[in-house]
Design a protein around this ligand. Structure first.
Ligand code: MLC
Ligand code: AMP
Length: 503
């Protein structure tokens, strides 16, 4: 019997039989939430600084009210809603309302500039947009095809309407489209179903022993899978509570931890590096678990935190298309430099070093892009992550690198090609190569090597050109002027040879 135990059984709490585990038993996240709200309406669920706590009943009512308004405005199951705002109680309610109504939420990073927003708004063909910035709303309205786009603030200030029956979506129904950049062409919309959201949240709920008494510190934005799928959805499924911090500041986060007796923290390595450097770092000792992901956690940061707080940060590995795949165990050894073992329901294999995954967490494909979808999967439904890995003797996965050209800075992905194409539009740039160079704080820093077309342009002017057109985190932070780019016999740029002092 024992050889039949899947690798992921290591993550299950005592008494949970892997053979009987059904990650989709609750059908959908909104349905699960509705049951939690009915069972204990008075329990706190979300806190926003300056606003206070919402009980489950308040979130239930707010999301029901918003669902009624969106329904009255003509939105129906399957319609897309763009969502682009800083964290707030209202944003959480609007998001939940959309899921409860069967709408498809399309999160959009608030740092995106006009061209980045316009691509998503035209490709997703949304009917509505929830934004906290009028200019962003105008960019969306300008390009969204079809009828005029309904643009509202996070409070969704529309006439009330009767909410239809809510929470009817099944595991196969579409819930989110998350745009991720690609190595070629424009960002693609990764479709995530209600089943994906539920399986993803259920796996980490079990693995990290997430329960009703937990209070999560959530300083990650709600427009990427880390903050949204793990942070907000996980909180709703676990029946726990979350403190929504609209921005990350080590001191404010530690204040909130103390004030609310927080038990769980999710963060990207840049956040942990900053916390490790804080004179107050020892206060993290009071938490139950610190989870890191979205980029590699440097073992030095792991060790510094272990020393200062007694906490062994639990590192896990995921991506937009798959939610969470692999995690160090809650009980058992956490190995720095590895991301651990497959999460409940996840199958993992290596193919020529590339990590392939399969399971109920894995997305069905890219929105209206059968070619990209076909390329993303190997035979048998295995998703090609584009990440390279190896397994140690105990089966722990180590991320060794990437086959895809990707820079991760502060937990945000930057595709070099997008930055290169933008810089090439500047008349003073003849050739350009963009790479990630190591950075203690950011993991990698976006670095551009430019061959000028004639006299080198004023660096400030070139950086400003990029700043006006690209999200801040995608912008080159280091710029080098070079006479030529190193190329192989076929003319391909040898990016690994690019490094050197900053301008
Ligand atoms: C902000 N800036 C960045 C940056 N974030 N530069 C490079 N990389 C980043 N990640 C720049 C801004 O453009 C600005 O520059 C300056 O830093 C200050 O901006 P800020 O907003 O005050 O920055 P700060 O709050 O310090 O942001 C740092 C951060 C943030 C680490 C808190 O980047 C962040 O929230 N990262 C999390 C990203 C995330 O959620 N990733 C999950 C993706 S899902 P200027 O020049 O404009 O003034 C995923 C799957 C998985 O990956 O496995 O989880
Ligand atoms: P995204 O496409 O924004 O969801 O980013 C997903 C990518 O982040 C993955 O393909 C990995 O390259 C990277 N990633 C996420 N978690 C980790 C981790 N713990 N260690 C190394 N890389 C990670």
């Amino acid at each position: 019997m024992s050889e039949r135990r899947p690798a992921w059984a290591v993550h299950l709490p005592d008494g949970v039989d892997p053979a009987a585990l059904d990650l989709l038993a609750e059908r959908s996240l909104p349905a699960a939430w509705a049951r939690r709200a009915a069972a204990a309406p008075e329990r706190p669920v979300l806190f926003q600084p300056g606003r206070g706590w919402w009980a489950r009943a308040e979130l239930e009512e707010a999301s029901r009210r918003v669902a009624g308004r969106l329904h009255r405005a003509g939105l129906r199951a399957g319609d897309r809603v763009l969502s682009s705002a800083g964290s707030s109680l209202e944003l959480a309610a609007a998001h939940l309302a959309a899921l409860r109504l069967g709408l498809v939420v399309v999160p959009v990073n608030t740092a995106y500039r006009e061209a980045e927003v316009a691509h998503i708004a035209s490709d997703a063909e949304p009917r509505a947009a929830v934004v906290d910035d009028g200019e962003r709303g105008a960019w969306m309205r300008r390009v969204a095809p079809g009828e005029p786009l309904l643009v509202v603030g996070p409070e969704v200030d529309l006439p009330d309407g009767d909410a239809p029956e809510l929470d009817g979506a099944g595991p196969g129904d579409l819930a989110l489209i998350c745009y991720t950049s690609g190595t070629t062409g424009k960002p693609k919309g990764a479709m995530l179903t209600h089943g994906n959201l539920l399986a993803g949240a259920e796996a980490i709920r079990l693995a990290w022993r997430w329960g009703e008494d937990d209070v999560l510190l959530l300083a990650l934005p709600l427009f990427h899978i880390h903050g949204l799928g793990n942070g907000l959805h996980g909180t709703l499924l676990a029946g726990g509570a979350a403190v929504l911090l609209p921005r990350f500041d080590a001191g404010e986060l530690l204040d909130a931890a103390r004030e609310h007796a927080a038990t769980v923290l999710f963060g990207v390595p840049t956040m942990y590096a900053r916390l490790a450097a804080s004179p107050r770092v020892a206060e993290l000792r009071a938490l139950r678990v610190l989870v890191s992901g979205s980029a590699p956690l440097p073992p030095t940061v792991f060790e510094r935190l272990a020393e200062a707080t007694g906490q062994r940060v639990l590192e896990r590995y995921g991506m937009t298309e798959t939610m969470m795949n692999v995690s160090n165990p809650y009980e058992g050894e956490r190995r720095p430099g590895t991301v651990g073992l497959p999460l409940p329901g996840v199958e993992l294999r290596l193919d020529g070093g590339e990590i392939l995954v399969r399971g109920p967490n894995v997305f069905p494909g890219y929105w209206r892009n059968p070619q990209a979808t076909a390329e993303a999967f190997a035979e048998g439904g295995w998703f090609r992550t584009g990440d390279l890995g190896s397994l140690d003797e105990a089966g722990y996965l180590r991320i060794e690198g990437r086959s895809k050209e990707l820079i991760i800075t502060g937990g945000y992905n930057v595709y070099p090609r997008e930055v290169e194409e933008l810089l090439l539009r500047h008349p003073a740039v003849a050739e350009v190569a963009v790479v990630g160079t190591p950075s203690e704080e950011w993991g990698e820093t976006v670095t551009a090597f430019v061959v000028p077309a004639g006299a080198p342009p004023d660096p400030e002017e070139l950086l400003r050109f990029a700043a006006e057109r690209l999200a801040g985190f995608k912008r080159p932070r280091l710029l080098h002027y070079v006479d030529a780019l190193p190329r192989n016999a076929l003319g391909k740029v040898l990016k690994h040879q690019l490094s050197g002092p900053a301008r």
